[in-house]
Design a protein around this ligand. Structure first.
Ligand SMILES: [Zn+2]
Length: 312
């Protein structure tokens, strides 16, 4: 395909470096939410990435990039939120492709079955209009900002308010959560034992910018300490929950990580790596769907944007 060839030419010329980000994946045939991919689409995306980039672990990629030692297009792949699919479905595919990745885990969830947003999705699917209206009222009393979906509204509540809302839907939605959706500690250990990198993602996945300095310190430090106690090794990488720079975290959160000794922290700002790289706020890209032509357009747009920005 012409677009693939154009991307190959541009990539080779500019020796592009990209970090790709994924969340949950589900077995083929199961309905997918916007942040999920089916196994077939994930395989398609991974093989497309492998066609265009040499894939290494994020710590290796950033070290080479900082040392100005990149002589071909390179990428790293990362997975957020510690879903069970990371162990059950993704690990075998990574083994087959010969890829080592980074997995960002919220340690307070290691013994939980699901995230709060999985509970809210279940509530939305199964609740009556009356039940949804009463939840809207709870949200309104908490003076939520106007956002498009229930998950988005609750995401931007501080942890204390989030707990109030979740308590009001637990009775209805909790009995419907039948299967464990998140990895347990032994699955995380098994990923680490096979050469994958495990990184921090806070204890409870708050939007750090909404919390007090003290809560942020506790959410970051206690999470990293819990992971280090589990893994019996130093944790060197971290992903900011939701990860939009300035909106979801700021310089003071980067400082907490620097003080702890974190070397690589990733965000969700969509960009390829650029010369102005801040290793405590590293951008990542995610691909959507299975359309190679769209992937090419998207990557080319990202590359040209970075070229224009670095020329200014
Ligand atoms: Zn997350």
């Amino acid at each position: 395909m012409l677009k693939n060839s154009v991307l190959k030419l541009v990539n080779n010329q500019l020796r592009t470096c990209v970090i790709f980000n994924f969340h949950d994946i589900v077995v083929d045939g199961k309905p997918v939410r916007p942040d999920q991919l089916s196994v077939a689409t994930f395989r398609q995306q991974l093989s497309w990435i492998q066609q265009h980039f040499t894939i290494v672990r994020i710590d290796t990629l950033v070290e080479l990039f900082q040392a100005n030692d990149i002589n071909k297009p390179m990428a790293a792949v990362t997975f957020d939120d510690g879903y069970r699919s990371h162990f059950d479905l993704i690990k075998p595919i990574l083994d087959e492709f010969g890829i080592k990745a980074a997995f960002y885990v919220s340690s307070a969830h290691l013994n939980n079955d699901y995230y709060w947003h999985d509970l809210v999705e279940t509530f939305c699917q199964h609740s009556s209009a009356e039940q949804q209206n009463s939840l809207e009222q709870v949200l309104n009393t908490l003076k939520r900002q106007q956002r498009s979906s229930l998950v988005e509204s609750i995401k931007y509540l501080p942890l204390s308010d989030r707990a109030i809302v979740l308590a009001s839907i637990e009775n209805m939605a909790k009995p419907l959560m039948k299967e464990r959706l998140l990895m347990n500690a032994s699955e995380v250990l098994a990923l680490a034992a096979t050469g994958h990198l495990i990184g921090g993602h806070t204890l409870n996945h708050p939007i750090l910018a909404l919390e007090t300095d003290q809560t942020c310190f506790h959410e970051i430090n206690d999470d990293l300490q819990a992971l280090e106690a589990l893994l019996q090794q130093k944790v060197t990488t971290f992903a900011y929950p939701n990860g939009i720079p300035e909106q979801d975290f700021s310089l003071k959160h980067q400082q907490i990580l620097a003080d702890y000794g974190i070397k690589y922290a990733v965000n969700t700002h969509k960009s390829v790596l650029t010369k102005a790289l801040n290793t405590l706020s590293i951008p990542r890209i995610n691909l959507f769907g299975a359309n190679e032509s769209l992937h090419c357009n998207y990557l080319l747009r990202m590359i040209f944007k970075s070229v224009i920005n670095s020329a200014n």
